[in-house]
Design a protein around this ligand. Sequence first.
Ligand SMILES: [Fe+2]
Length: 430
Amino acid sequence: MAKYKVYEYGGRKAFPAEGLSIGTRLPFDVFVNEGNVFRKLYDAGQLIGPEERASLRRTGATDVYVDARDAPGLDLYLQRTSSEKPADPGDPEVCREYFEHKRRYYQVDRMFLFPGSRVEFGIYLLGDLRLTPLVEAMEGEPGIIPEGVSAAAGDVVIRNEDIPLYQRYLDALLDGGAEAVPAPAEREKIRAVAIKEKSKAIIKDLIEDPRSGENIKKAIGLATQLTDCIMSSREIIHDLISLNSYDLYTYTHSVNVAVLSVAIGITHGMGRDDAGSLGVGALLHDIGKSGIPTEILNKPGKLSVPEYEIVKGHVLEGAKILRTHEAIPRSASEVVLQHHERISGRGYPYGLSGSAVTLFGRIAAIADCYDAMTTRRPYQGAYTPYEALFQITKEVENYDRDVLETFIRMLGKVGVPEKRHAERIPQPLG
Ligand SMILES: [Fe+2]
């Protein structure tokens, strides 16, 4: 049952303007009533995004109109947008729109979205294959973060164009200049997660342009800062790994793998320099995915054999990219080259076995699998941390037993973060 009331006016169908939901594509032309003159606001086919909602707000219109002949399309549109049911992942149009949202929006850590804070960027929820607004705001038109944002089910995202505004918001929080600044005891935790957030933005840029030497330098600096944070306080690991993602974003995954790898390395007795190099390699471990078409990376379900071969190519491609940057420590390349190798010899690209897989490669293999398994996908669910560890230990011949023991001990000490139960069994990722 549609929740928006439709009525007739001036030979057209009218309905409340908020019925035009963010993230939907219009199947009809939409008009506003300006003194009984109907002006076309959007053409059929228009995707409703933050700009469209803002331009609608500026007209001051409370209701919008469609041609009477579009009444059946309007009914279907309002039913779909106001439905409580999750969108159908089997519908190719739903998937296409979802992946477009994933490309145009950037996942942020909800830890920083303090209720009552003023923001100059819109905040949205990408969950159940739909995009819904949490805060509508733009530069010069601020919004206030409401209560409950941190509990919303889905990934909290902002527009790619707003990443600099988000960075500015983070900087203001770190400087203590923003409203709703948390208690000083929280500062260290906030600082560590802010470094993680900055790393994510750099990795996102690097995946789009892996040639940027400046971003490589920034990534190296951030890996060192992350390492120092983890060395100074082991409890911070829990805060750094507790984000529940509802989908896999290569940049978020890369930073999670870096945090896990550095934490395992340090717990395993590694010194600061080695842990830092391991962190650099882990941050960049999937950089070779920059050349893989998003349709393959995002494909729901099983990849075909040729598609899987393309995905596997990210390892050698990544190693090639790393060779072009002299600033990257040589040992960091081991992470990129070996994170899919298995000591049983069943990995790729070279099928290395036993001692041919280095300690960096062994640590990254566990961190990569664990994060991929515990990340929910919109079409398949995730393992809980316990289930992921169980799956990894079931294939113990693939992994280094000592490193695995260190990892389990570390998770036990810092407390395994709560994640949702699996709804369906995930498939291995590339
Ligand atoms: Fe990978």
